[in-house]
Design a protein around this ligand. Structure first.
Ligand SMILES: C[S@@+](CC[C@H](N)C(=O)[O-])C[C@H]1O[C@@H](n2cnc3c(N)ncnc32)[C@H](O)[C@@H]1O
Length: 374
């Protein structure tokens, strides 16, 4: 679990830079290296949106090729709306193409043992795919709930699929035979992924697992909506759900203020802790200001409407956020959460609010500032 101390730690993770002029690593002296499959890999590069026509392709180990091919297959799921993953058309769209199948067949003696024999490699492939698909799901639907159990069941889905892929590959007579044999396997797999995606959204309504990408807003708009004058903010400042670019955090730091962010989506932004606000220990009497623009309270409102259980966790996190303020500190957020603001003891918290939009049925959507008095 995250701690308050780790919030202040700069996240220094960086993507590894590709080798100059070539995206793919060399197999080097790997005994698995069998032959060059540049054509197929170049096509995978296409699907990933980048092409490296001048890349002098070194030999590539079939197992590494398999990993890349399966990653590209997970990546291709982005092209299918989340709500449609359960359909057969989705399975056809997500299926490996004939070039990929030919690559698998060409190297099957090497690959089949990895898929059905060697538990460690199968587990690695399943973990890798589950991590990538889980990240994709959270990027595509900001309300998707996530925990270790969800990750574990996703690993189970992918390892079962890869094992079946290995079994069909072991006995296929050719590309066509392999394609035919995989049809029902692909259909079952994508449908299971679709149902898994729906299960992640059950707390916010059955139809809710659609692509609902979370936007990031300009610094000017955030400051205006929340009526924040940066130099009047108490320090340190925490932006909860700051967005992967952490625009406001960096703006405040450029002004010389001590600002940090918390964000669930993967990000390389500095001064941002990657984590879930429901799981984070914000500390006590720690923050001079906390900001949450269309983030924490937006989710709180949604869950308050749809799920008592999750809403109770949000209420707990909301109170922990208030307790993590220093005396005189402020929590500035939008939208408002009137169902809990009205319950705050007036001798401890001062609440001010202003309308930012008229909502459904003309109920106003407000921005709110809660000041901790003592
Ligand atoms: C609509 S965006 C707003 C981002 C930023 N505050 C802005 O105004 O530009 C909401 C952000 O909350 C993040 N988020 C969603 N659920 C979260 C959670 N459980 N813990 C931490 N961040 C979360 C999303 O990844 C997203 O970046």
């Amino acid at each position: 679990m995250a701690t308050a101390a780790t919030i202040t730690r700069s996240d220094t993770r960086r993507r590894r830079a590709p080798r100059p002029g070539c995206l793919w690593p060399s197999a080097g002296s790997d005994p698995d290296a069998l032959g060059c499959i540049c054509g197929h890999l170049a096509r995978l590069g296409d699907r990933g949106g980048r092409e490296y026509p001048d890349c002098a392709m070194p030999e590539l180990a079939p197992v590494e090729a398999l990993r890349r091919l399966l990653r590209a297959q997970v990546e291709a799921l982005r092209g299918i709306p989340l709500g449609r993953l359960v359909t057969e058309a989705a399975a056809a769209q997500a299926a490996l193409d004939d070039d990929a199948l030919a690559t698998l067949l060409a190297h099957r003696e090497r690959l089949v043992p990895h898929l059905i024999g060697q538990a460690a490699e199968l587990r690695r492939l399943g973990e890798d795919a589950a991590t990538r698909f889980g990240r994709q799901l959270r990027e595509r639907n900001q309300y998707a709930s996530w925990d270790e159990a969800a990750h574990a069941s996703l690993v189970g889905l992918f390892t079962a699929y890869y094992r079946r892929l290995g079994e069909v590959l072991a006995t296929a007579g050719g590309v066509e035979d392999l394609r035919e044999g995989l049809l029902p396997v692909d259909a079952g797999h994508t449908a299971r992924l679709g149902r898994f995606a729906q299960s992640r959204s059950r707390d916010v309504g059955a139809e809710a697992m659609a692509d609902t990408v979370a936007s990031e807003y300009s610094v000017g708009l955030q400051l205006e909506v929340l009526r924040i004058e940066p130099r009047a903010l108490g320090s340190p400042i925490l932006d909860v759900g700051c967005g992967p670019s952490a625009l406001l955090v960096h703006h405040l730091r450029n002004l010389g203020l001590e600002a940090f962010g918390l964000e669930r989506s993967p990000t390389d932004a500095t001064y941002v802790q990657v984590g879930d606000w429901l799981e984070t220990d914000f500390g006590l009497d720690r923050w001079g200001s906390i900001i949450a623009h269309l983030s924490f309270t937006n989710h709180f409102v949604l869950h308050h409407r749809d799920s008592e259980t999750v809403a109770a966790r949000y209420a707990d996190a909301y109170l922990r956020l208030l307790r993590s303020l220093q005396e005189g500190g402020c929590f500035c957020y939008a939208p408002g959460v009137p169902f809990i603001e009205g319950l705050l003891p007036v001798d401890q918290y001062g609440v001010s609010r202003w309308e930012i939009l008229s909502g459904p049925d003309d109920a106003p959507i407000e921005a709110v500032r809660v000041e901790r008095r003592r």
